[in-house]
Design a protein around this ligand. Structure first.
Ligand SMILES: Cc1cc2nc3c(=O)[nH]c(=O)nc-3n(C[C@H](O)[C@H](O)[C@H](O)COP(=O)(O)OP(=O)(O)OC[C@H]3O[C@@H](n4cnc5c(N)ncnc54)[C@H](O)[C@@H]3O)c2cc1C
Length: 383
C-alpha cells in the first residue's frame, strides 16, 4: 500500500510550470490550495493581474488530502460560537458558509454531493450537547433536525455536503489557467518581502502579496507563532465496503472522528488527533504514531468495516486558540490567511476571497465579520 497517498489522488494531473525569471503582477498569491485559488480568482475578477505560486502541486497539501466534508459554520459548533462571538455574528457567519457550500456546488457540480451531514454523539453527555446545538440552530432559523438511526443519536444538518477535494481544486486551477492566469507549481517561496516574492528559480514583483497557507502558516510568518500552531491530521480509506451503508457523512465525538462513504462504496475515515497526544502537533505531513492504529481499530470495531485498507495519509493544518481563522495584513502589503482549525474547505474559500479583496482595496464583508467576531466582548477569555 503506498504510504501517504490520499484516496483522492488516483487521477492523473498535468503539472504546471515552475516559475522562472522575473515576472510582474498586481497581486501574487502564495499557496494554491482551495483558499489560494479562490484568492487568485477573486483578484482576477476585480481586474488585477495575478500570479500564483505553490511549493508543490496544486492541492498537494490539506486542500487535496482532507475528509471532503463541506460544513456550515466554523470549527466550533454553532451553539458554542454563539456564546463566544454573539448570536448575530455567529448566525451571519453560518449563513455565509452555507451560501459558500451552495456556490461551490454550482461551480463544481461533478465534484460536490449535497448529502447533508450527521453529527453523532459518542456519549449520553454529548447527546445533551447535540440538543443544545440543535436548539441554537433552530432558534436562529437554520435547518437542522434531531436524528436517531443506525449511526447513533445526534442531529442532521441538511445543508451540508461532501466533495472530491483534490479533483475540485484541480478543476478550479484548470479553469483559471484556461483564462490565461499564470499558476506555477514546484516553486517554493524562499523569501517574502513587501512587493517581492522570491522562489527557487524566479521572482514576482507585485503590489500586494496574499499568502494562503494553512498548515505551516507560522513557519512562513514567525510573527504568528504565539497565536498559530500546526498539527497533523490523519486518515485512511478502504476498498469498496459493501457490508456497510453510510448515506451521509458522519461527524462523531464532537467532530474528532469523521467518515464518509463514497458513491463507489469506499470508506474515508479520519480522526484521533486529540488522542494521538503531543506528537500530533507537528509540521510533518506523514502518517504515523498511534493514530493510524486507532483509526484502524475504530474502522473494524465501531464502523464494522471488513474491506481492506487501501490508503493511509496525513497533512498539516493550523489552529488558533480562539479557533477563528487568521485573515490579516501581517506585514506591509502582505495579507495572510490560514489556520482554519481543522475545517478550512469552506472557510478557506471565504478567507481567500476576502484576502484578495483586501489586496485589491475592495471592501470585504467576511473580513469585517471576522474582525467583529474577534473583538466580541467574550473573546479575550477564549481558551
Ligand atoms: C486529514 C485532513 C482532513 C480534513 N478534513 C476536512 C474536512 O472534512 N472539511 C474541512 O472543511 N476541512 C478539513 N480539513 C482542513 C482543510 O483541508 C484545510 O483547512 C484546507 O484544505 C486548507 O486549504 P488551504 O488552501 O488554505 O491550505 P493548504 O491546502 O495547506 O494549501 C496551502 C498551499 O501552500 C503551499 N505552500 C506552503 N508553503 C509554501 C511556500 N513557502 N512557498 C510556496 N507555496 C507554499 C503548499 O504547498 C500548499 O499547496 C482537513 C485537513 C486534513 C489534513
Amino acid at each position: 500500500m503506498p504510504m501517504n497517498r490520499p484516496i483522492w489522488t488516483d487521477e492523473p494531473w498535468k503539472p504546471l510550470p515552475e516559475l522562472t525569471g522575473v515576472v510582474k503582477a498586481d497581486v501574487c498569491v502564495v499557496g494554491l490550495g482551495g483558499s489560494g485559488l479562490t484568492a487568485v480568482e477573486e483578484a482576477s475578477m476585480l481586474g488585477a493581474t495575478v500570479v500564483g505560486v505553490d511549493a508543490g502541486e496544486v492541492g498537494g497539501r490539506a486542500a487535496g488530502a482532507n475528509g471532503g466534508f463541506l460544513l456550515g459554520g466554523l470549527a466550533d459548533f454553532f451553539h458554542r460560537l454563539v456564546t463566544r462571538i454573539g448570536l448575530s455574528n455567529a448566525a451571519t457567519i453560518y449563513r455565509c458558509t452555507l451560501e459558500e457550500i451552495h456556490r461551490l456546488a454550482l461551480e463544481f457540480p461533478n465534484q460536490v454531493r449535497t448529502t447533508g451531514s450527521l453529527r453523532i454523539a459518542a456519549t449520553p453527555e454529548e447527546v445533551t450537547d447535540c440538543h443544545a446545538h440543535l436548539a441554537a440552530l433552530q432558534s436562529a432559523g437554520f435547518d437542522a433536525l434531531r436524528y436517531a438511526g443506525a449511526e447513533g443519536e445526534g442531529l442532521y444538518l441538511p445543508m451540508d455536503a461532501v466533495y472530491q477535494p483534490r479533483r475540485c481544486v484541480q478543476e478550479h486551477a484548470a479553469h483559471l489557467t484556461e483564462r490565461g492566469i499564470a499558476l506555477h507549481e514546484d516553486s517554493p517561496v524562499v523569501s517574502l518581502s513587501p512587493g517581492r516574492v522570491v522562489t527557487r528559480r524566479g521572482e514576482v514583483h507585485c503590489r500586494t502579496i496574499v499568502a494562503a497557507v494553512d498548515g505551516g502558516l507560522e513557519d512562513l510568518f514567525p510573527e504568528l507563532r504565539s497565536r498559530v500552531r500546526t498539527a497533523r491530521l490523519q486518515m485512511l480509506a478502504t476498498a469498496p465496503a459493501r457490508e456497510v451503508y453510510f448515506p451521509r457523512p458522519v461527524y462523531y465525538r464532537h467532530g474528532h472522528e469523521y467518515w464518509q462513504q463514497l458513491r463507489s462504496g469506499e470508506i474515508a475515515l479520519g480522526g484521533f488527533r486529540d488522542v494521538g497526544g503531543e506528537g500530533e502537533w507537528t509540521s510533518s505531513g506523514e502518517p504515523g504514531g498511534a493514530v493510524q492504529q486507532l483509526l484502524e481499530d475504530f474502522l473494524r470495531t465501531h464502523l464494522r468495516v471488513t474491506a481492506p485498507i487501501t490508503h493511509r495519509w496525513a497533512a498539516s493544518v493550523a489552529y488558533t486558540a480562539d479557533r477563528l481563522p487568521v485573515l490579516e495584513e501581517v506585514r506591509e502589503r502582505i495579507i495572510a490567511t490560514g489556520a482554519y482549525s481543522g475545517t478550512g474547505n469552506i472557510t478557506g474559500r471565504l478567507c481567500g476571497r476576502a484576502a484578495a479583496r483586501i489586496a485589491c482595496q475592495v471592501r470585504s464583508g467576511w473580513a469585517e465579520l471576522l474582525r467583529q467576531a474577534r473583538t466580541f466582548p467574550h473573546s479575550p477569555n477564549l481558551n
